[in-house]
Design a protein. Structure first.
Lengths: 156, 741
């Protein structure tokens, strides 16, 4: 498996000089009103075969629950360097998560998928609640998830 | 000190404790409910391999099987692109019902964990758990002290209704609440990283799988070797993905299993700390231990009652502590009064003494015994008024007195008078006062007066002691003490039944009612079923202030306020101010009365029989107990009068109670007839029967004159001697209570 070099990080921490090579992408995940505790979510990239490539964002602070984000956990091996600096609060039922990241141009329209794994305490764990190709024409199009995700879209 | 340690956290944490306890109780019942609905095969019957296989047949899109600690099996699956979850039967793998966690119990759980306030709420919950530990421990110590030692911890408890509720429930729920508090505090500490929770096994993700053709599920060795009861969770591999694997978590550890070989690709056991954490979690929630859950839940349900009764007890004690006016400084006073009090009753007496001495021109300093100073510069005399707590122990405000006394090295010159307050029915009557006097004498303190004692707040005895003090001081000291400040109610005589005129013992049964309310109030009162009477129970005392007198006379009540009348039985004494007044009172005439609770004197609940013994007007409260014996508790009445033709009090009622079985047996003795007999003779005649009842744990309640009470004790001592016990033993066990006058 060849490990991609990604330029990821929060907008605020990003130097302007990288702007030419990267694109600002906003990922919006709206959750259903599933009526449970706050959801843990992993947004990550896989290749066309579903092989894990890199972590985009982890919602949920307690790493002891990360193993319930199963595919991501399997791909990332739960190694903390995979998600250091890319974590935030868990997301409540019916709420949505907005994440803006800089994504290297070479990853767009290159056969990569964005996936979202979700998990809620005392409820099911969803592997690939959302799986959608990261393409220019897919931008702005909402897709529905099969678990807790009501809709997911990314915009450039 | 200990009492403060109990009441302070109790008052502060009360509201939160109620919320946590009620939510905890609701949650605690779910393991039992869940267990009742789940079918749990015995160990060795079903393996995870069999289960996973049957589930996969019924659910081709099965993703994950979870087993809750109570044994419920849940399968999460995908079907035609939709996700679902079902509760399944462990033997067949078939659906029982769709599974959806209840949003109500989730809400309750969050309320319990964090009061719905997230981190600050979790902190409050943790602090409340700590408060619960402090409360149970300090409460247990207080209870043991109150009952006279650890061995007496199971003794019957007496007191006002709120005290009984608080102590009885507290005693029953003690261990449950302590366990909930300890485990809750630990879980809270782990949340904030203050205690270790260990690590759940996090096995390495295998980098490689064998890649062979996936084998049939029921042939996989590791799954075959795992019993269903050890299962926590099994995750199926993606269908048609040969690089994926099974993920299995059991009570022992977790790992990944190869699809083809069925062997562990990696495995890690849970660490020891985590096992401890899991055990504590289980002890707190009762998950998988449904019976423990029920015990904890029932214990928790006592918390709201205890919080409310606790606050009531605290408030009552606080209010009953009198304010000492004109209190001189310790070094300015010529007379010093030190008070040892547990429930503040003794303070009332101290205040009376303080006021009288002040009125007589003395400068008086009154303080708790714990504030004993090493020197009172101008003091000429020292009074120590003290109650006794439990088995001859120091009451709260005197707990450090003896230590302080030991630290005084000066040669004592201050004459001291010790007055003990207590209840003669306890074996260690005024035990602490005696201890104090003994220590003072041993240290060479001169005595102003020898030790005197006051039985059950007797106003008369206190006045008598006051006279002695007056004599010693060379002033006239009139100590008039009314134990509870009487806020009297006016009551009108509604009915009277006269007895005993023929045997020179004119005795009246008097029934009083509140004067009729008028207009709107009357309607409201009737609607609320309010009688206008203060609240009381049979066996309590009514204090009646006769005209032109400040000193109330007390009569035992034969009715409860729920009866709608206040009933007493009064014998006219030739020179009795109050009894003559009552004897002459016409129907419609009014009295000023107040209630003094006497909670020690009433039948305790339980199955043991009750033996009621009385003579003359002592029948009053006993009839009240019988009248309220709606549950047909076995009650045996022994009563003595003079002549059945003249003073057979309550004869008609008693016969009616025998018929409707509120009264089991009636033994009346009469002293002015041919076969003359006293009540103690009846007892002796029925000795074997009484012995049998007492052996069965009977409780004995005696009401009447002091002479009769003494005779009854000596008769009973003879009767129960073959059982190897005596009345003193029964008193110590709380089974022998007297209301003697």
């Amino acid at each position: 498996m060849n490990k991609l070099t990604l330029t990821l990080g929060l907008v605020a921490t990003l130097a302007l000089s990288t702007a030419a090579l990267a694109r600002e992408v906003t990922f919006t995940t709206e959750l259903k009103d599933y009526g449970g505790d706050e959801a843990y979510m992993a947004l990550y990239l896989t290749d066309a075969n579903g092989q894990y490539q890199d972590t985009l964002w982890i919602a949920g602070k307690k790493s002891k629950y990360y193993k319930h984000l199963r595919d991501w956990a399997r791909g990332s091996g739960l190694r903390s360097r995979e998600y250091d600096g890319l974590t935030g609060a868990s997301v409540g039922s019916g709420r949505s998560l907005n994440i803006t990241l800089d994504i290297a141009d070479e990853l767009i329209d290159a056969g990569y998928d964005v996936r979202v794994d979700t998990a809620v305490e005392d409820n099911r764990d969803n592997r690939a609640d959302v799986a959608v190709a990261l393409t220019t024409e897919g931008a702005g199009q909402a897709v529905s998830g099969r678990g807790y995700v009501q809709s997911f879209r990314y915009t450039f | 000190m200990l009492r403060k340690l109990h009441s302070l956290p109790g008052l502060i944490a009360a509201l939160f404790a109620i919320v946590l306890a009620v939510t905890g109780a609701i949650l605690s019942f779910s393991p039992a409910l869940e267990r009742a609905n789940a079918s749990v095969p015995a160990a060795g019957q079903v393996s995870v391999a069999e289960l996973a296989d049957t589930v996969a047949r019924h659910y081709p899109g099965a993703e994950q099987i979870k087993r809750t600690p109570s044994g419920t099996l849940i399968v999460y699956y995908t079907r035609d692109g939709d996700v679902g979850a079902d509760r399944i039967d462990p033997r067949t793998g078939q659906a029982i019902a769709p599974y959806a966690p209840s949003s109500f119990s989730r809400w309750v759980k969050n309320l319990h964990r964090s009061l719905l306030l997230d981190t600050p709420g979790r902190m409050v919950a943790g602090i409340t758990a700590l408060a619960m530990i402090v409360l149970t421990i300090s409460g247990t110590l207080l209870l043991a002290a109150r009952l006279g030692g650890w061995r007496q911890l199971l003794r019957p408890i007496r007191g006002t209704l709120s005290q009984r509720l608080h102590l009885e429930l507290g005693r029953a729920a003690l261990l449950g609440l302590l366990l909930s508090g300890l485990t809750g505090a630990y879980l809270s500490a782990t949340t904030f990283g203050l205690a270790p929770e260990g690590v759940e096994a996090e096995p390495d993700f295998p980098l490689e799988v064998s890649g062979g053709t996936p084998a049939a599920i029921d042939t996989l060795p590791v799954l075959q070797a795992t019993d269903l009861n050890d299962l926590r969770e099994l995750v199926y591999p993606y269908p048609d993905d040969p690089t994926d694997m099974y993920s299995l978590e059991t009570h022992q550890g977790a790992g990944f299993i190869d699809q083809a070989s069925g062997e562990w690709l990696s495995y890690q056991p849970h660490d020891a700390t985590h096992s401890v954490y899991a055990l504590i979690y289980q002890l707190h929630t009762g998950e998988g231990l449904w019976w423990l859950g029920l015990i904890l839940g029932l214990s928790a349900l006592t918390v709201p009652v205890m919080a409310i009764t606790g606050a009531m007890i605290w408030w009552k004690r606080r209010r009953s502590r009198p304010k000492i006016v004109a209190n001189s400084g310790a070094n300015a006073a010529d007379s010093v009064i030190l008070v040892g009090s547990e429930g503040n009753t003794t303070w009332g007496f101290a205040k009376t003494l303080h006021d009288s001495l002040t009125q007589a021109g003395h400068r008086v300093h009154t303080a708790p015994m714990n504030q004993l100073a090493s020197r009172y510069r101008h003091a000429k005399r020292l009074f120590i008024l003290t109650a006794t707590y439990g088995d001859g122990d120091a009451p709260a405000s005197a707990s450090r007195f003896l230590t302080r006394l030991d630290n005084i090295t000066d040669t004592p010159q201050l004459p001291v008078a010790v007055l003990g307050f207590g209840d003669q029915q306890f074996p260690q009557f005024c035990g602490f006062a005696k201890k104090i006097e003994a220590s003072l004498t041993a240290k060479g303190w001169p005595l102003l007066l020898p030790l005197d004692t006051i039985d059950r707040q007797s106003g008369q005895a206190f006045t008598r002691w006051g006279n002695a003090v007056g004599k010693a001081l060379g002033t006239k000291l009139a100590l008039v003490h009314t134990p509870t400040r009487p806020r009297t109610t006016a009551l009108a005589l509604a009915e009277r039944v006269d007895y005993g005129a023929g045997v020179q013992a004119p005795t009246d049964v008097l029934r009083f009612k509140a004067p009729a309310a008028s207009g709107k109030t009357a309607l409201l009162s009737r609607w609320l079923k309010r009688t206008g009477l203060p609240s009381f129970e049979a066996g309590d005392l009514v204090g009646i202030l006769p005209p032109n007198s400040q000193v109330p006379r007390f009569y035992s009540l034969a009715s409860a306020s729920t009866d709608g009348v206040l009933e007493i039985c009064v014998r006219q004494h030739p020179n009795g101010l109050c009894s003559s007044f009552l004897h002459a009172l016409p129907v419609g005439g009014t009295i000023d009365a107040f209630i003094q609770p006497n909670p020690d004197f009433r039948p305790t609940s339980g199955k043991a029989p009750v033996v009621l013994i009385g003579a003359g007007t002592g029948i009053g409260p006993l009839v009240g107990f019988i009248r309220h014996n709606k549950t047909h508790h076995p009650m045996h009445l022994y009563w003595g009068g003079r002549n059945p033709q003249s003073d057979f009090l309550y004869e008609t009622e008693l016969n009616a109670y025998l018929t409707d079985r509120r009264l089991t047996q009636l033994n009346a003795a009469f002293s002015r007839i041919d076969e003359r007999a006293y009540v103690q003779d009846k007892l002796t005649a029925n000795g074997p029967e009484l012995r049998r009842l007492i052996d069965k744990g009977a409780q004995i309640l005696v009401c009447g004159g002091r002479g009769m009470a003494t005779s009854v004790i000596s008769a009973l001592d003879d009767i129960i001697a073959p059982l190897g016990i005596d009345v003193t033993t029964l008193k110590a066990q709380g089974r022998y209570r007297e209301d003697v006058y």
